[in-house]
Design a protein around this ligand. Sequence first.
Ligand code: SF4
Length: 292
Amino acid sequence: MEVFPNYYEDFSCIADRCKHSCCIGWEIDIDEDTKAFYNSLNTPIGEKIRANIEGEPPHFILKAGDRCPFLNNDGLCDIILTCGKDALCDICTLHPRFKNFYASFEEVGLGLCCEEAVRVILIRDERFEIEIPKCDDEEAEFFKIRQSIFDILQDRKKPMLCRFEDLAREFGLTFDFVIDTLVEEYLELERLDEKWTDELEKLKEKTFDKGIFNKYPIYFEQLAVYFIFRHLSEALYDGDIRGKVNFALMGCFLLGAMWSLNEDKEKMFDLVRMYSSEVEYSEENLEKMRGN
Ligand code: SF4
């Protein structure tokens, strides 16, 4: 059984209008069932697909500029155009969605590495909500704690900065990171795009006005709730709720510092996309920053 946040239905891929297509820059592994299906296709596209797969696990051979070989010049997918959406491998079907797994159900969310997901999630005035089915005692306790975190972050009677400070205090943390130290930590991570390095470097030796959090309360609320929604479930395995809360607070703080340098909305949203791509899509980086 799958459950979805209330914004989920608002999302659909913008395909050829996407400036940072997920069909560029990522290695795409092909699951066994899809590979078997591709092997069974006795058509020109079947031949082309097989000629563009290599390695173990099997993956598409990227073209110049790290483009998926099936991303055409109009920014559309030739596999979908020829065979329909059902012919996509699991990764392409799922992306940019992610799943949180529980004993009897799965939560499906939208990942912020996708620019359209950033827009859908951040501009939404309505509070994040998700309906949780009946679950065992351990999970019920976890969801109670998670909801209490959402309640702090979504308490719109208070300024956003105050909500962040309340949340930090609740877990014995502070919402006051030293920017240069934070930047060094992020600089040490595995890198996907060197432009992210440039964005981090710009923060060095800078201070910023924390009023930025109160200036964009909806964006920060949705962002922080997203981080909790996406990462807290890992605490069911390692027990470290505090580490996941700190991860959410750090991400919001860093992005707040970045946004304070340039408050152009497109730029702000793009920094969120970059943050997610760099940090959330590398197991190694997540391990370092999330502490698991
Ligand atoms: S990044 Fe998002 S909007 Fe862009 S092509 Fe991928 S799924 Fe579609």
